[in-house]
Design a protein. Sequence first.
Lengths: 169, 212
Amino acid sequence: MQMRLLIHDLKSDDFQKIFPDLSRDTMVISDNGTIHYCVGCFGCWVKTPAVCVIRDSYGDMGEYLSKCNEVIIISKCCYGGFSPFVKNVLDRSISYIHPYFVIRNGEMHHRRRYNNKIDLKVWFYGENITEKERITAERLVKANAVNLDCSVSKVTFIGSIKEMEGLIL
Amino acid sequence: MKIALINGSPKIKNSASGCLLKELKAFLEHNNNIISEYHFNKTQLSREEMEQLAQCNVLIFAFPIYVDGIPSHLLNCLMQLESFFSAIEEKNIIVYSIVNCGFYEGHQTAIAIEMMRNWCIKSGLCWGQGVGVGAGGMLVSIKNVSIGYGPKKNLGVAFKKLADNILKRSSGEDIFITANFPRILYKLAAEMGWRKSIKANGLKRKDLFLKK
């Protein structure tokens, strides 16, 4: 069964307000305060292929991505990118792709490890998102989609997380 | 002039960012410059480190792109620095960034450089210049090749321009370079490297393709 993956950096009470009753086909990746940052060892490619060598709660992100057809990211917009937690989850997700290179759109990118098709939806929130940050963030999501070889159906910017209530699912 | 070289790689040793900073340092070691070195292979900075950085005239960051952006540990440090710098009214700091990527094309670092520029604005610092370096995967293996020669010819030209700007504390257009080495050979060498690494870990070549 294909599932939906929801990666977010919201506090649990805010999350509850936005998603009062989530269906069982949605897997949620939340910040439990224990995530370790990626140390760039490439162990997920050459030591324990397809799995991160750091065995905290976020070591199987590649597998989770391989089993879903929709990824929703909710993140504070930081300098035109994701928040440290969301970025940390993405950094720890590279076992989803293969170390070998392919040429895509005339540029070097990583080869697929899995065949599933992902549709990506991103919600950036923050009170002081500048126009420049917005442009950077749009470019970032496009680049992520090329590297993950997935599609992007929506990139939304909002001032406050309250605005997301009832809109996401 | 006080210059801080900041290695943003999470790797303790043998990082491409470390190699790049070492090369750049040689261009800056004169004119009574005081160069201090930092390694942000952590998520939190000490107050002492931030106070020292606030005393510098120039900050030079070197880091790899992770998933098209700034690695998360470094992002944590930058957010901490933003809060610290924003509270200082009088500051005269200019920031340069050298960003490398494992992909052949240096321009794939452009988004991370843009984020550093956005960070400067939020932190009230001046933006100097960005240099995006492609084929970062080979930088450690060619660390003994003299800069300006062979595969490091482009790097020599870019670092000369960057160093000139740093020494004048002036801004410049971002520069994107790759190794003077054919893309197809870089790709083949990288793939050979992955096969060698997985075998060194007691696994087989086909295990590179494992799925969960």
